[in-house]
Design a protein around this ligand. Sequence first.
Ligand SMILES: Nc1ncnc2c1ncn2[C@@H]1O[C@H](COP(=O)(O)OP(=O)(O)OP(=O)(O)O)[C@@H](O)[C@H]1O
Ligand SMILES: [Mg+2]
Length: 273
Amino acid sequence: MIQELPGLPEGETGRQPPEGSEPAAALELMGIAKRFGRTEVLRDATLTVRRGERLAVIGPNGAGKTSLFDIVSGRLAPSAGQVRLDGQRIDGLPPHAVQRRGLGRSHQVSQLFARLTVAEHLRCALLPASGKAGSFWRRLATMRSLQREVHLWLERLGLLARADVPAAALSYAEQRALEIGLAAAGGSPVLLLDEPTAGMSRSETQRCVALIRSVCEGRTLLVVEHDMAVVFELADRIAVLADGRFIAVDTPERVRADARVQQAYLGTAMQHA
Ligand SMILES: Nc1ncnc2c1ncn2[C@@H]1O[C@H](COP(=O)(O)OP(=O)(O)OP(=O)(O)O)[C@@H](O)[C@H]1O
Ligand SMILES: [Mg+2]
């Protein structure tokens, strides 16, 4: 269903690609700029994310990767530019409306509630997708199907034995897995993951990459990642953010060979990946 789009220009709501045309890109960033006071973090960030691809965003610390995710997910308004999800403008929408449109997101810094259990977190993430309450019997059926869904996600995340453990008592890697699950559990076709493997050991990273692959099956993924081994394992394409814009968007092999990219950021880190 098309929601209202507060603050968008006339004629920009509910735009669909013309019938018979190629399906629109999953996500389009068009000339995004962002200033914090006098600091211009993003200047002209333009990027098209194809439906079903896994695209990694890389760039130096402070390049504006998280700010860009904040703009796409509705946490921040851009100073200029547009964001389109499935061909429809979403810039200016609040985060819950962007999520309802089909965009799930995990954060660089944990957003878990310390005292809420793993199962309670998943229930909250799954509830909006489980349908509206009606009669008693309908509500009962809904609750049962919700429980089944929670169980499936607990299994999928490797957290079945941890269902009733408060988030604060999980290991760091378990917390990150839960956050990926929460981003994905609502069924969003487009997922944004901000440094999902940061701070993990090699073996935890490998498990996390396998989890990302599995939950992203059939979806579109935009992932910020500093670990080049993870980037090369996961990404169909890599987008390099530097000086407020994307200086290269291409296959991993071509990005690795790109002299501008080497100069702007990667250097030896990329040659060794
Ligand atoms: N709310 C804010 N107010 C002021 N400055 C901010 C704000 N958010 C981010 N910045 C600044 O914008 C710049 C980009 O930050 P951002 O977190 O987007 O970078 P990043 O590419 O995600 O970096 P990292 O790789 O370290 O996570 C930084 O200089 C940061 O200090
Ligand atoms: Mg960041």
